[in-house]
Design a protein. Structure first.
Ligand SMILES: [Ca+2]
Ligand SMILES: [Ca+2]
Length: 382
């Protein structure tokens, strides 16, 4: 804990920084500025409001160095009450502030190394991009740093770091961080800087936030059923009621796109339901914010207006399989491809979507419900 080394210390820094950063920095500040002394003196001295820190010498010695014209003041101590009024109010504030720090740093061994950190936060970035941000460290003190080390939270990568352990006064160095935006949603971390100066270990940090926004792309693996073998069930789909459905181009019924679509079965039964599950856990971080929406789109049709009926439904479920929200429209019938769609913002604990396509037969041997050009796209852009 005494000092960070650039090798092993880089790993340890994150741990100690996370738990002790604030307390250690505040301790350092107080000790470094010697503020305790001046604060105490100011509060104890009854007339001390007008004077600087040192009590032992009283008001006279302190007023002298700050104001050469004060030699006339020696008469003042006889009348302390007049001092505050005669001495401009600027004296107490200005004098104490300016004289204290310089006086205090001297006993600690000269003007210590002091590092300034400058750079922009990540902010809003595009999904599946790898943005970078450059941070500049400058030694604004008057002695070199020792054991200077820069460590970001594990979310961020260090692309480059040209900072020496000993950064000379007035010199700057740069650290370039990158972020792999492979998950939608908001994230936060920090950039920690540590070094030793004459006062010991110094730490500073910069909060880092990143908001990854964008769309998931179509989560349906074979949205047009074009990768399916005709006459078989499409991969990843399962029958919930009735016999198997199949990918077909039946009786020349034209697909909405491509050469195939999902077709209902031939059966004496009159209810048929086929479906697929979509894993939404890769997006659960963004969903958990309550600000991620999903849009389902599909093209569906019957054979003719009353032969037969279809319904494209989506149910969003939590990890326990309980439906949290759903689009469950009534039955439709159409002699042409018709867009079925639903867009909604999901509750914060949804982890799965169950899509199913239902057919209710009203005539003939086949259950004439056809589905093509299906898509499910999630959007996070709060
Ligand atoms: Ca198709
Ligand atoms: Ca039919």
């Amino acid at each position: 804990m005494m000092a960070w080394t650039r090798t092993a210390g880089a790993v340890g820094l994150l741990v100690l920084g996370a738990c002790s950063f604030e307390s250690s920095s505040s301790t350092t500040d107080t000790a470094g500025l010697g503020g305790t002394e001046s604060d105490t003196e100011e509060t104890t001295g009854p007339d001390g409001t007008s004077t600087t820190g040192s009590t032992a010498s009283g008001s006279t010695p302190t007023s002298d160095p700050s104001d050469p014209s004060d030699p006339s003041d020696p008469s003042d101590p006889s009348d302390p009450t007049t001092d505050p009024t005669t001495d401009p109010t600027t004296d107490p504030t200005t004098d104490t502030d300016t004289t204290d720090p310089t006086t205090d740093t001297d006993p600690s061994g000269g003007d210590a190394a002091s590092v300034d950190l400058d750079g922009n936060d990540f902010g809003t970035v595009d999904y599946q991009s790898t943005p970078t941000r450059t941070f500049t460290l400058t030694n604004v003190g008057e002695t070199p740093t020792q054991n200077l080390a820069v460590v970001p939270s594990a979310l961020f990568d260090v692309d480059s770091d040209d900072c020496p352990g000993s950064l000379e006064p007035g010199e700057s160095c740069t650290v370039v961080l990158s972020y792999d935006a492979d998950t939608l949603g908001p994230f936060s971390g920090e950039l920690l800087v540590g070094y030793d100066n004459a006062d010991g270990l110094q730490e500073l940090s910069r909060a880092l936030t990143v908001e990854v926004v964008g769309e998931t792309g179509n989560l349906i693996s074979d949205p047009g059923f074009e990768g399916c073998t005709p006459g078989t069930m499409p991969s990843g789909w399962q029958v919930f009621a009735g016999p198997d459905w199949s990918c077909e181009n039946w009786k020349g019924l034209p697909p909405h796109a491509g050469t195939l679509y999902l077709s209902g079965p031939a059966s004496n039964l009159d209810e048929f339901d086929v479906g697929t599950f979509i894993d939404l856990t890769p997006y659960e971080h963004a969903i958990s914010t309550g600000s991620m929406s999903f849009e389902l789109r599909g093209q569906a049709r019957s054979w003719d207006p009353d032969n037969d009926f279809y319904r494209l439904r989506i149910r969003y479920r939590n990890a326990g399989g309980v439906v949290q929200t759903q689009h469950n429209p009534g039955l439709s019938s159409s002699a042409n491809w018709a867009l079925q769609s639903d867009e909604r913002t999901l509750p914060n604990d949804v982890s799965e979507a169950r899509i199913d396509f239902y057919c209710q037969k009203s005539g003939g041997d086949f259950c004439d419900a056809y589905l093509d050009t299906l898509s499910l796209v999630g959007t996070y852009n709060p």
